[in-house]
Design a protein around this ligand. Structure first.
Ligand code: UD1
Length: 430
């Protein structure tokens, strides 16, 4: 099985280009099948989750034409299967976006319950609540989310928790319901706005995305469009932390600095220099960083998807830091691996107390999930000596060319699948 092998203790220096946002792209691909004309989406990240969803809609009958690595043409007019239960769909969390999309378009759908990262309990009650408010019968049966309606009618929906998935899903279904739907306590994440912009470019009438009240006037059909996915906030944030963790100097290109403000603010607070350009950010870390406290929150708060990367940064900072995880309960699974590398961290429920150490040492570690896996790669890049990281398939779900981008910044990292290859890497880098 493939692993990363890493030799650490080198500052990462240089420039990196950020790919399109995985989480926006997934919802946009699902929404694209709502049109019966050809929709072109570019700036798609070439990552496993995106490719799995493209295969899933193809299997369900949509025309999927990969124009190049980052561009796809999708036509949903040939969709013939409203029961989406193929080998691909169970592998990813975002499969549930097909429920909102197909319920909106055909008023009838069944999709296998989603998989995705084990970062905690991931209920879909708010999705079902939203679909029911639009007049659908929505339930979980035989391992599938099933939703159907004679007609979808607008409603005033108050989300009980701030949820990205349910906000986007209900927004998609409501965009083809009769009348004007209002979603209150909506998620404000950049990809909610991106999906709303995409739907609007196909003829939807959605206002207020990016605030906590979204207003949607239903339309009957969508038309063709060409759309470019926004840059990935979390990939960008991960490279910002790579500079911080390795005491490097990285210019991160193709970003929207506004989306990264909560991360920039924390990095400045602990002693990094952050220089903002129009569509780039430069992060420089020279001295040892300072401790701080973090609480994950919905946007514009500090993102839960950046919590493990920040945890690694603080594991090396001077003093005691406290991280409170308020979105997903299983997000500290990187801590045991980090302790193997010499970190001093205690987890009590949703709180991690981190006593910063001066350095980490290389070890054999495992990626427990996507973001935790990326964080551990950063830890290995800063550590003394060699590390191997197992289960990198999690990381490949969401980061395009991760090891190649790190290598371009001077990181000593390779993908290997045997002990002999590890020895070869050691000889090369020794
Ligand atoms: C999305 C992202 C994920 C990110 C998360 C929070 C995708 C594919 N994944 O996940 O990377 O970590 O947003 O920014 O875009 N909840 C309920 N009921 C529901 C739905 C959610 O109680 O019906 C709760 C969840 O348990 C969690 C919170 O709401 O505590 C936020 O979850 P949500 O924003 O929905 O996350 P996802 O959309 O699954």
């Amino acid at each position: 099985m493939e692993q990363y092998v890493i030799k650490g203790n080198r500052p990462l220096v240089g420039e990196v280009d950020i790919a399109g946002a995985k989480n926006a792209a997934l919802a946009i691909i699902a929404a694209a099948v709502m049109a019966d004309e050809t929709v072109t989406v570019d700036n798609l990240p070439d990552v496993r989750d995106v490719n799995v969803l493209l295969n899933a809609i193809k299997e369900a009958g949509a025309i999927v034409d990969r124009v190049d690595r980052h561009t796809v043409r999708i036509n949903g007019s040939t969709l013939n299967d409203l029961v989406v239960d193929n080998e691909y769909i169970k592998k990813i969390r975002a499969s549930y976006y097909l429920v909102g999309a197909l319920l909106g378009k055909y008023k009838n759908v069944e999709v296998s319950l989603p998989g995705g990262c084990n970062i905690g309990s991931r209920p879909v009650d708010q999705h079902l609540k939203g679909f029911r408010a639009l007049g659908a019968v929505a339930e979980i049966a035989h391992g599938r989310i099933c939703a159907r309606a004679d007609r979808l009618t607008a409603s005033h929906i108050y989300m009980d928790v701030v949820t990205v998935g349910a906000t986007i899903n209900v927004m998609m279904a409501a965009s083809m319901a009769e009348g004007k739907t209002i979603i209150e306590n909506a998620a404000k994440e950049p990809h909610v706005v991106d999906v709303a912009n995409f739907l609007n470019s196909m003829g939807a009438n959605i206002k207020g995305a990016g605030t906590d009240v979204i207003r949607i006037k239903g339309v009957e059909r969508f038309h063709k469009t060409e759309y470019s996915v926004i840059p990935d906030q979390i990939e960008a944030g991960t490279f910002m932390m790579a500079a911080a963790v390795t005491k490097g100097d990285i210019t991160i290109n193709n970003v929207i600095p506004k989306h990264l403000e909560s991360i920039s603010a924390k990095l400045i607070e602990i002693g990094c220099k952050v220089v903002e350009g129009d569509d780039s950010l430069r992060v420089v870390a020279t001295d040892r960083l300072r401790n701080t406290n973090i609480k994950t929150l919905p946007y514009p708060g500090f993102p839960t998807d950046m919590q493990p990367q920040m945890g690694v940064t603080l594991a090396l900072a001077d003093g005691t830091s406290v991280i409170t995880e308020s979105i997903f309960e299983n997000r500290f699974r990187y801590v045991d691996e980090l302790i193997k590398m010499g970190a001093t961290i205690k987890v009590e429920g949703s709180v991690a107390i981190i006593d910063g150490v001066r350095s980490l040492s290389g070890a054999e570690i495992c990626a427990p999930d996507l973001r935790a896996g990326a964080a551990l790669v950063l830890a290995a890049l800063s550590a003394d000596g060699y590390s191997t990281v197992d289960d990198i398939v999690y990381i490949q779900r969401g980061y395009e060319d991760f090891h190649l981008k790190l290598r371009k910044l001077g990181g000593q990292i390779d993908i290997v699948s045997s002990d002999a290859e590890i020895q070869k890497f050691k000889l090369k880098t020794g």
